[in-house]
Design a protein around this ligand. Structure first.
Ligand code: GLC
Length: 548
């Protein structure tokens, strides 16, 4: 099959959190013109595709994951013309573009919801949502015990034009500004058919599907057994997730994607508790790929990594899908903070903790870049940015923080704008005369900025570039099978080979243990840290080319 048809099977995809990547107009918030001005940077980094978190019009109650118009661009980020220009410029550099569609819920400012609010609950307009009569004599109690993933009850009581409660409630698995859509309604189905075609027609190469295991809710809205077990990160079979009918939606969408030349591609964001369940979304007539979050939540531990890698590849192979690897995104704490040790709630990581965490994070990134399948990097991951724990509460925007009254710090700490230069009001995130960034950057990020790291050959940025470049040129890393070196997988060390006939074998040694481990005979292709006496020290991943 041509490269064009299968690019998504072994790509490096770079996630742009649009508010935090680059600010072109100087208002303190990232945008499309800023992102376009950094395309040369992305090309030099060597990524195959970018994925934008949502850029559609939105009241921004959940960082754009509350969409009021799926077929336009939020003025905060630019215009449709800016999006088209970005796509064109990206394509010129052989970088593909993935957008993020949010089909489980819309925004309370979406025309469907505005129309519903003008009518009485139970009306035809309300059928596009989950509008249900409450319990109790006057419907004053929510219809069931479902909890919002952001905290609190998952239902909001609908009020009439005088503000009086109606006894009817609408469902929102996330914030009250994100009403769940009713996928049994033909208007909802059409809305997304039209949306996919709209963006595919504009040259978008793929779509990330937000909360892809959602959308279908069990009839009758039965209670969940344990209300304390209703988090997104710890999924279990629930009456609102992973219902069998959700697969019908994807079979329909696949036909739309396949009707394009070149076929467009999907990546599912589906938090599921086993690789086998995830694989069901990746059957040949459904979605092409899905995020594998198992490493995203794993500790820095060789046995855990080996088990996850083995199980993930085995499950995805059952349906012929490539596996994906993720160690950071906009929903979890940055990896240097996670890998340096335990940081509880507001506790700020010590410099020693962060130094260790950064070394491990770079080794982890080298490990996932050596695995078969598609690797996702989150903007700033290449710089080794840490989670910003001590943001001012007044700056925090995440509904998870607000709905839990600060019990959960939320996800703002991984969304702090990128530092591009050593100096300036926003460390180069925006123009020199621009505003302060929407979340404050730590002063120490001057030294982590792109400018500072460009200057040092052994920086996280330069090592990441090198790893991606090597990955592109080593056929075994792109297409080779993975074989474990079981004899060497002990004492905290993970060793695997990538083997492709007629090409050098690549051996990846990830040392997650506490003592130095021998290298292999062969050429050192790249390493996350310097070897010591020719051996791979703890918290380091190195790749070697061998001809055996
Ligand atoms: C996904 C997004 C997350 C968002 C949620 C609701 O999990 O990654 O950022 O808050 O969906 O749309």
């Amino acid at each position: 099959m041509s490269e064009q048809l299968v690019w998504w099977r072994n790509a490096v995809v770079y996630q742009i959190y649009p508010k935090s990547f680059a600010d072109g107009n100087g208002d303190g918030v990232g945008d499309l013109s800023g992102a376009a001005s950094r395309l040369d940077y992305l090309q030099a980094l060597g990524v195959d595709a970018v994925w934008f978190s949502p850029i559609f019009p939105s009241p921004q109650c959940d960082g754009g994951y509350d969409v009021s118009d799926y077929r336009d661009i939020d003025p905060l980020f630019g215009t449709i013309a800016d999006a088209e220009r970005f796509i064109q410029e990206a394509h010129k550099r052989r970088i593909r573009v993935i957008l993020d569609v949010v089909p489980n819920h819309s925004s309370i400012e979406h025309p469907f919801f505005i129309e519903a609010m003008k009518t009485s609950p139970g009306s035809a307009a309300w059928q596009r949502f989950h509008c249900v009569q409450g319990k109790g004599a006057n419907g004053e109690l929510p219809p069931n015990n479902w909890q919002s993933i952001f905290g609190g009850i998952a239902w909001t009581q609908i009020r009439n034009e005088t503000g009086a409660p109606t006894g009817w409630w609408y469902l929102h698995l996330f914030d009250s500004g994100q009403p769940d859509l009713n996928w049994n309604h033909p208007d909802v189905v059409k809305e997304f058919d039209d949306t996919l075609r709209f963006w595919f027609d504009r040259g978008v190469d793929g779509i990330r599907i937000d909360v892809a295991q959602g959308m279908v809710k069990q009839a009758g809205y039965p209670d969940v057994k344990d209300v304390n077990d209703a988090t997104l990160l710890d999924p279990h079979a629930r009456p609102y997730f992973d219902q069998p009918e959700v697969h019908d939606i994807y079979r329909r969408w696949r036909k739309i994607a396949d009707s394009y030349d070149a076929p467009r591609v999907f990546v599912a964001e589906a938090w599921l508790d086993t690789p086998e369940k995830r694989a069901r979304y990746l059957r040949a007539d459904e979605l092409h790929t899905g995020f594998n979050f198992d490493l995203l939540t794993a500790e820095w531990n060789a046995e855990a990594w080996k088990r996850i890698i083995t199980d993930s590849i085995a499950a995805d192979a059952l349906v012929g899908a490539p596996t994906t690897w993720v160690t950071e995104n906009h929903d979890v704490r940055r990896s240097p903070t996670r890998y340096g040790g335990r940081v509880v709630h507001r506790q700020v990581a010590t410099p020693q903790h962060l130094a260790l965490g950064r070394v491990r994070a770079l080794a982890a990134m080298h490990t996932i870049l050596a695995l078969p399948g598609t690797t996702y990097l989150f903007n700033g991951q290449e710089l080794g940015l840490e989670e910003v724990i001590d943001l001012d509460d007044a700056q925090r925007q995440d509904p998870h923080f607000h709905r839990t009254r600060g019990e959960h710090l939320g996800r703002d700490g991984c969304r702090v704008p990128m530092p591009w230069s050593r100096t300036g009001v926003s460390l180069g995130f925006g123009p020199p005369t621009g505003s302060q960034p929407w979340l404050s950057q730590p002063a120490s990020w001057a030294m982590l900025s792109v400018e500072a790291q460009e200057a040092s050959p052994s920086s996280s940025l330069n090592r990441t570039r090198r790893a991606i470049e090597v990955r592109r040129t080593q056929q075994a890393l792109l297409c080779g099978a993975l074989e474990w070196d079981n004899d060497r997988c002990k004492d905290g060390v993970v060793v695997f080979r990538r083997v492709f006939a007629g090409h050098p074998t690549v051996v990846c040694i990830a040392n997650m243990g506490s003592t130095t481990t021998p290298a292999v005979a062969g050429d050192l292709l790249c390493t996350s840290g310097d070897l010591v006496g020719g051996e791979v020290p703890p918290n380091t991943t190195a790749w070697f080319a061998t001809r055996d």
